[in-house]
Every structure is written in C-alpha cells, then in structure tokens.
Design a binder for this molecule. Structure first.
Ligand code: NDP
Length: 523
C-alpha cells in the first residue's frame, strides 16, 4: 500500500512506524493559503446550513458505508504510520468512528430540535419561549497523531450534522491518515469544501486560528493548548481544549485483583501508553498491593512487541524518539529518587528505533516527575497507599483531571469515591472504554482542558443557542415600559409580595396591591 504521490513541493513525509522509511509523501497547505481555505469553507457552509437534517443524516450514513467498506485499509494505514496494533486500530479508530457517525446520523436531529422553555414566573405567562440551535459557521478541528482517525472524525461529524463546515488540521506526524480522512469524506459525497483537510505543521494550526474560524476544537498537549487558547482569546474565538492526562487507577483491597491487574496492564500499554486516557498512576490499598504488583509484572512480561501489522503482537513502537526520550528522562528521575523498575525500562533497537519495553515501576511517589508530568509512554507505575483516603488525596494532587478508575467489589463504595475524584470521567471497574461510549461526554478539567467532545454535550459545542420568544398578547404596552409613575412602584411592591411572600395570605394581599398598581398605571 502506498500513499498518494506528491505533485509539488513542499510536502510531508509519512514514515513507517517500524523502519522510519518514507512510505508516502503528501502535499502541504502553506499558512498563506489558509484564509482562502476558510473562505471556501464559509461559502460551503452557507449552502449547507439550510439543508434538512434528514439529508445531512443520509450523507453520514454514506460515510458510515465508506468506513465499513474500507475498514481494513484504514486500520492498516493507521498501524503503519502510527504503530498501534491492527486490533487497536480496528476498535479504537474505525469502530469508534463508525459508531459516532451512525449515532449522529440517527440522533442529532432529535437532539437539535428546538426545545420549549417554560416560564415559572407568572409575569411571563403570556410568552412562549424556545431554544433554537444554530451552527457556528466554520469549525476548525486541530488533532493529534495518537488517534489520527477517531479524534477528528467524532468532532467532524458532530460539526457537520449541526450545520457547520469544517477545516481539519491533522498532526504532521500522520499525513497519510490526514489524507485518508479527506478521501473518505470525498468518497461519501460530501459537498465540495464542506470538510477540508489541510496538511502541515504547528505553524499551519496557528495560521488556521489566525484565519478566524468561528470555533476551534483542539486536541493535543497542554503546552500547545495554552498557545491555542491565547490565540483564540485574542480573536474571541470559543474553543474546546482536549489536553493531556495523568489518569489514576485506585485499587481497593476488596477488588478482583486478577481483573484489575489485567486492566492496569492494558490501560498502561494500549497504544504503547500514548493515549490521553492511559493509566499513568496506580494507587493500591494495603493487603493487595503485593499480589497486584506480582500479577502486573507477570502479565507485562508476557506482552509481545513488534510490528502492529502482525495480529499476534500486543505492543508496537512509540511514535518518535523524542517521545522515548521523555519516558527515559522520567524513569531516570524516578529511579534516582528511589523507584524500582521490575521489568522493562529499556529501548529495543533490535525491533526498531522507537521501541521501548513495557515497564513496571514501584516505589514511586508524587515528588517524582513520573507521577506529575504526563508520561505518554509504556510505563505502569504502582504506589502503595495507606488507605482509600490517601488514594483520593494523591489522585487529586495533580494539575490534570481527565479520567480515572476505581476498582472494588463494593459498587456503592466505588461510586462514593468516584464522586470525590477531580476528573472529567470516572469508571468503576473499567478503564478507558468510556472514550468508545458515544453517549459519554469526553473532556477534562484543570490542565486537561475545557469543553466536551462526544455525546449530546459534544454536539451542543457545535451550535450557538438562540432563545426565541413569542408574545401571545402582542398588542398593548407592557406595564413595565415608560412612562414610570407611582402606580408602577405600587405594582412592583405587589409583585415582590406575590412572588416571594412568606405566607399564602401575604401573597394574596400582595396580588391585590399589584392589581391596584396596574390599574393606576392604566388610568
Ligand atoms: P501537540 O500539542 O503537539 O499537537 C496537537 C496538534 O496541534 C497537532 O496537529 C499540531 O501540529 C498542532 N499544533 C502545534 N502547534 C500549534 C499551534 N501553535 N497552534 C495550533 N496548532 C498547533 O500534541 P500531540 O500531537 O503530540 O498529541 C499528544 C498530546 O495530545 C498528549 O498530551 C495527549 O494527552 C493529548 N491528547 C489529548 C486527548 C484528549 O482527548 N484529552 C486525546 C489525545 C491526545 P503538528 O503535530 O503538525 O505539529
């Protein structure tokens, strides 16, 4: 399989995740071209906005068919360029995308139907209010390399169903996935310029924001997120920021340790630990910590590393050597402060330049970089704690707040702890899979960002809410309009008493006062 050949320089190279060989070259959009791209998107959006929801949904159904038909090819491109095993590409990229496409096609219309607003205040009983949902216009989707299909697709389909046009800027590390995205939407028959993919580096993302789209959906690191937020603030562009995480797993002494250890191993090493929802800090209650650690060690030793194209492989390479260096730096710091590496901790140059062994570390604490900074690599770090209280304290002692999990046989206790964790999502007895639940909002707090993608809340990020009001008594001035007089003051007194009087009798008297004031106003 080859990437689309380049027609003109400059271009981005797609690198094979194992060998580093160039496997495709893709044209880039220069920053100077971006305002024209956004202008074209505006034109397409003007024609798209009046299109009926049922027609939009049909287009999404066609997109779903394209995804279904080309699923193996999509998965292969992701695996070759990003390195994750084929099974992960099929589940976490294709399936998550397909499910989101279908869900938006079948539910968005109902979720964006105008909603009646009831009025509790009798003063406004003669009014009929409703909420209407209108598209922003042009939505910019700036996405990372770690889930190069599912992350942009879930936002694109929400945006277009809501009546927006989209300009997508994928990461320069996955240009083949970016090109494929554009191709899939084209093949499904999306109107010209409604979904445009522009390829280039960070400066192109910056230029996209400078071209003043109406909303920015950004997924990436905290550092870039801060730059994006600043650029958006200068132009008063609303944003959703899906940033890094330092997800916690709390293992209580009554947990099913066999299951919890499998979850820890999968949660730490899926996508080679390069997931925003990766399990990065594990706090374990006494009584089970030794057995839990032993099981994690044994299960990690059994993981098979290699090319993700081989279906019998569990863990692929990391994306680039800078990522590997970050993991090495954090491990070095942890070891120098007393942490112990039970297994892993080394590169595997025999497999490829970016292979790093799945690593289990114990004896860690919150003073170490490994427990503070996002690792984004194959490290499973276990810290024994005195009890659940200490686990909650440690969990919340972080700038991040994306995902978390609690492991226990006592679901009431699990949920009670879940309520105390400062994070965007908490799973009791599972990890990460909330990302695949289309109805579950995805997003964080603190350094993990703001706003939500996925779910009804993610769809609502793609619209502006308009309150529309109709008066059922359209004739005659309202009593609170000019001119003011004593009658209005008397009426105000009566209205306060009617609405907020303590006793029924007081409220009745106040109603009479209000009526008298009203009559005086009309004389
Ligand atoms: P980056 O922040 O490096 O990049 C994200 C995107 O922003 C890329 O397309 C990048 O382009 C672009 N970009 C870079 N500079 C700018 C700029 N100044 N203005 C606008 N756009 C810019 O993140 P990574 O791609 O390395 O992704 C990994 C990070 O993403 C991790 O921290 C991870 O936790 C986070 N993430 C968060 C998720 C969530 O849902 N919360 C989900 C997945 C990942 P280019 O790559 O071409 O430089």
């Amino acid at each position: 399989m080859r990437g689309r050949p380049v027609r003109a320089e400059p271009y981005l190279d797609s690198l094979d995740s194992i060998t580093g060989e160039v496997i495709g070259r893709f044209e880039v959009t220069t920053p100077a071209e971006v305002s024209r791209v956004v202008e074209h998107a505006r034109g397409a959006q003007r024609e798209w906005a009046p299109v009926r929801m049922s027609v939009r949904a049909k287009l999404l159904d066609r997109l779903a068919e394209v995804f279904k038909a080309r699923r193996d090819e999509i998965a292969e491109v992701v695996t070759r360029e990003n390195g994750k095993p084929l099974a992960e590409a099929l589940f976490s990229e294709v399936l998550v995308s397909l499910d989101s496409i279908r869900w938006h096609a079948s539910r968005a219309e109902q979720m964006l139907r105008p909603k009646r607003v009831g009025h509790h205040n009798p003063i406004f009983m003669g009014k009929r209010g409703r909420l209407e949902y209108e598209p922003w216009g042009v939505v910019a989707v700036i996405s990372p390399w770690n889930y190069p299909i599912a992350i942009p697709v879930t936002s694109i389909v929400a945006a277009v169903m809501a009546g927006n046009a989209v300009v997508v800027k994928p990461s320069e590390l996955v240009p083949w996935c970016g090109a494929l995205l554009g191709e899939l939407f084209d093949q499904a028959g999306f109107p010209v310029d409604l979904v445009q993919v522009i390829q280039g580096g960070g400066e192109l993302g910056q230029a996209l924001i400078e071209a003043s789209p109406d909303k920015v959906i950004f997924t990436g690191s905290v550092a870039t997120g801060r730059a994006v937020a600043e650029a958006c603030a200068r132009r008063l562009i609303p944003s959703v920021l899906e940033l890094g995480g330092k997800d916690v797993m709390i293992v209580l002494s009554d947990a099913d340790i066999e299951t919890a250890s499998s979850a820890a191993v999968w949660g730490s090493f899926t996508n080679c630990g390069q997931a925003c929802l990766s399990v990065e800090r594990i706090y374990v209650e006494p009584g089970v910590v030794d057995r839990f650690t032993e099981l994690c060690f044994e299960k990690t030793k059994k993981l098979r590393m290699g090319s993700g194209l081989n279906p019998e492989i569990d863990v692929g390479p990391m994306i680039r050597s800078q990522q590997v260096e970050r993991v090495e730096r954090q491990l070095k710091d942890a070891v120098s402060h007393g942490a112990r590496i039970l297994t892993g901790g080394k590169r595997r140059p025999d497999l490829g330049a970016c292979f790093f062994e799945p690593t289990v570390v114990t004896g860690v604490d919150s003073s170490m970089l490994l427990m503070q900074e996002e690792t984004f690599g194959p490290v499973l770090a276990i810290q024994g704690v005195a009890d659940a209280e200490e686990a909650v304290e440690c969990a919340n002692d972080s700038a991040f707040g994306l995902g978390a999990s609690v492991w226990t046989r006592d679901s009431a206790r699990g949920e009670a702890i879940a309520r105390r964790l400062r994070s965007g999502a908490v799973m009791v007895n599972d990890v990460i899979s909330c990302y695949g639940i289309t109805e579950a909002p995805h997003g964080g707090r603190g350094a993990s960002g703001w706003g939500r993608t996925h779910s009804r809340l993610g769809l609502l990020e793609m619209v502006q809410v308009k309150y529309v009001d109709r008066d059922v008594f359209p004739r005659g001035a309202k009593p609170w309009w000019f001119p003011y007089n004593r009658g209005l003051i008397e009426m105000a007194e009566g209205v306060f008493g009617t609405l907020f009087g303590a006793k029924a009798m007081d409220r009745g008297r106040a109603m009479v006062t209000a009526w008298k004031g009203y009559r005086k106003r009309r004389q």
